[in-house]
Structure formats: C-alpha cells, structure tokens
Design a protein around this ligand. Structure first.
Ligand SMILES: C[S@@+](CC[C@H](N)C(=O)[O-])C[C@H]1O[C@@H](n2cnc3c(N)ncnc32)[C@H](O)[C@@H]1O
Length: 264
C-alpha cells in the first residue's frame, strides 16, 4: 500500500502519514506534484492511503472509485434525534442507559458506536472492535478528528475507544460480567441496497459469520444483554439463540436480544 498526503502537507500531517505507513506496513511516498492516479500507476500498487489534515482516505483499484473515509452518515440523524429526546430502537431494545459500558464487537464505520456513545454519555464507555487493519485506521483517525459542527456528537466520537481485534479474542480476555451491553452487527450476506454508506467498506470488511463461541463469550461477559442486528428474514437469530425484537414493518433490519440481567 502507498501512503501519501496532500500536495503541501503540514509537518503534523507528514508525521501522521509516516506513523500510519509504519502501522500498516505501507510505503510512504511524497506527492512531488503527482496526481493520486499517477502515484498509484508509478508505484504499481492498487492500494492508496491519503493522509489529510483531518481525514484519511483509502482508495482501492482506482482513484475514480469512491474512497473509504470516516463519516457519521445516518448516525448523525440518530444522534440529533436522541439529543432532542426522541427514541432510538437500538438504545431502547438494549436498555442502554447513561453510565453503561458497551462493547460494539463489529465497529465498521462506528455509526452504532456513536449512537451508543451519545446514550451512555461521558460517565459511560464504548469500546468498538474492528478486525480489519485499514478499516480500523480510517475510522480511528476519523473519530479523532471529524468535525460534525455539533459539539455533543464530536465529543461522543472522541470518547469511543476503537480497538483492532477479533471480537472473539477480545471478549475471551475479559472477566465475567464486566460490561453492560455487548453488540454484534456482522456483515449481511446480501448487501441492503440503500445502505450505500457502507459500500466502500464491503471490500475491506471481515465477512465471517458470527460464531457460537463469540456469542457464548459475549453472554459470559455481559451484565445486561447481548444484541444482534440482522436482516429481517435472517435465520441467524435462531441459530445463535437470540429472541427477535419487534421493529417497524417497513424496516429491512431487525434486532435480536439475549437478556442476561446480571446488572446490580
Ligand atoms: C456491518 S459492519 C458494522 C457496521 C457498524 N455497526 C456501523 O454502525 O457502522 C461489520 C464490521 O464488523 C467487522 N467485523 C466482522 N467480523 C469481525 C470480528 N470477528 N471481529 C472484529 N470485527 C469484525 C467487519 O470488518 C465490519 O467492519
């Protein structure tokens, strides 16, 4: 992978590019007046990470494809709703309250993590796990620097702790009853068309099926519940022991829950 910057990067951005190149075992290339496309061709590499002052963009194949970058997308709408006192199904169904600790086992673009982070507030905590290195870096850097124009949303992004780890390994390392809510949103087998926000994520994501052992570990670790998001017709709820929750008729996704109720 080639790692580069804008044409005239600040010293800080240059240092960040150097650090990210090392973290991802990429090759740092100065722009020297070249376009991104020229860099890719000259470097004979189809992966390009562009480090900008407050954003990291990842291109795969060609610079005419939409890059992967961090943006809160639909989560921003959900955040604004929560802040004005409206309900969010994930928060309601999980019984999430201010002060809770949440592990989001499938971070992706951390949209659900952001909603949890708003709901648990500064007294709570959200740890988001992502197994894929590039996704982890792009989203981690975005959560650190994205400016949504809404202070509460930005503060909630900064509070999310994004960890690069396979969720089964991470959960196995935790003591019994040590977090309130454990959440899974694995990649759906078939993409839902309108969720274009995660389009560029699909080629990088871990598409592995959620394992029974991950769910067992989650139940051991959780005090309140374990939640799963899936497509409405999915058999994953039955396979993994989740009770389907009722959601809007028009919704293409639904949640399943394993109540644990060990909260004191
Ligand atoms: C559907 S996306 C999650 C979207 C996310 N809920 C959001 O709101 O943006 C699933 C993500 O989980 C990651 N993932 C899948 N299996 C994983 C595992 N075993 N450990 C950690 N991350 C995993 C994928 O790489 C992908 O980024």
């Amino acid at each position: 992978m080639i790692v580069t910057t804008a044409v005239k990067p600040s010293e800080q951005t240059m240092a960040k590019a150097r650090a990210l190149a090392e973290e991802l075992s990429g090759r740092l290339q100065l722009r020297r007046g070249q376009t991104l496309s020229q860099l890719m061709t000259a470097g004979a590499d189809d992966q390009l990470l562009v480090v900008l002052d407050n954003e990291v963009r990842y291109y795969k194949g060609s610079t005419s494809e939409q890059p992967l970058y961090y943006h809160p997308s639909m989560a921003f709408v959900r955040v604004k709703r929560l802040l004005r006192g409206d309900r969010d199904p994930l928060i309601d169904l999980s019984g999430c309250e201010p002060g809770d600790s949440v592990i989001d086992c499938t971070a992706g673009l951390a949209a659900d993590s952001l909603v949890f982070s708003i709901a648990v507030g500064a007294e709570g905590s959200v740890t988001a796990l992502e197994s894929e290195p590039v996704l982890h870096v792009v989203v981690r850097e975005g959560l650190r620097s994205y400016d949504s124009g809404l202070a509460e949303a930005d503060e909630a992004m900064r509070r999310i702790k994004l960890v690069r780890s396979n969720h089964t390994d991470y959960l196995s390392s935790l003591p019994d009853n040590s977090v309130d809510i454990v959440y899974f949103d694995p990649m759906f087998e078939e993409a839902i068309e309108e969720s274009s926000a995660i389009g560029p994520l699909r080629s990088l994501a871990n598409h592995g099926k959620l394992s029974e052992s991950a769910v067992q570990e989650a139940v051991r670790v959780a005090r309140k519940c374990v939640m799963l998001k899936e497509q409405k017709g999915s058999n994953e709820f039955e396979r993994l022991g989740f009770t389907r929750c009722k959601t809007k008729k028009t919704s293409k996704i639904t949640y399943g829950v394993i109540p644990v109720d060990r909260a004191t």
